[in-house]
Ligand binder design. Sequence first.
Ligand SMILES: NC(=O)c1ccc[n+]([C@@H]2O[C@H](COP(=O)([O-])OP(=O)(O)OC[C@H]3O[C@@H](n4cnc5c(N)ncnc54)[C@H](OP(=O)(O)O)[C@@H]3O)[C@@H](O)[C@H]2O)c1
Length: 209
Amino acid sequence: MSKTALITGASSGIGKELAIIHAQQGGNLVLVARRADKLNELKQTLESQHKVSVYVIAKDLTNANAPQEVYDEVQTQGITVDYLINNAGFGGRGKFHERSIEDDLAMINLNIVALTLLTKLFLPDFVKRNSGKILNTSSTASFMPGPLQAVYFATKTYVTFLSNAIAEELYDTNVTVTNLMPGATESEFAKTSGMEKQVYLNKQQRHIQ
Ligand SMILES: NC(=O)c1ccc[n+]([C@@H]2O[C@H](COP(=O)([O-])OP(=O)(O)OC[C@H]3O[C@@H](n4cnc5c(N)ncnc54)[C@H](OP(=O)(O)O)[C@@H]3O)[C@@H](O)[C@H]2O)c1
């Protein structure tokens, strides 16, 4: 029977690619992000190309109630989620003391709070069924402090350590929690995170070397 994956941040970049890979393998999907148009476009493509079922939830996950609303909507639709992929996230550049607290809190709310709440909501069902997988998109940034991206790197350290600890707690079940650890990846991330100039400079430097 085909498995259903709920993917946050599925409207672009890594989350969109994960959705395509899952659909190519015949899996059904619940796609979550803010841009309904992008999600619906992807739904149409995947449903017509791969004969899978795709359900769209357009939601801003930085809102405190959003994870619960996502969980409730999935229950109301009678969808059983087999794989939870907490992928939505963004970064931000600048000295910690110069960056706005609003920007940093929004980052923490998405990268940490929403990921934690969704895991808290779905994991008990997985444990009860003794099946299910959680994939959390962390980053190689989680291995070190990140001057000029201090909060972003710290959010990813949280993700890596949280996932590893929960995975250990589940050692005697069939439920797994895994970190996805990308390095620099071409996506909308650099633009969203105000780091296009940084990427451009790096490319120039690479060209000169
Ligand atoms: N690209 C890299 O170099 C890199 C490296 C390591 C780790 N990562 C991690 O990989 C993950 C995916 O990033 P990406 O590179 O694929 O970047 P991306 O193309 O910018 O994708 C980010 C996704 O998150 C969604 N999102 C952003 N804010 C949201 C919000 N408030 N509520 C709900 N969804 C939201 C975006 O959709 P909407 O705008 O439609 O909401 C989009 O689908 C992130 O966790 C990022 O930290 C990226």
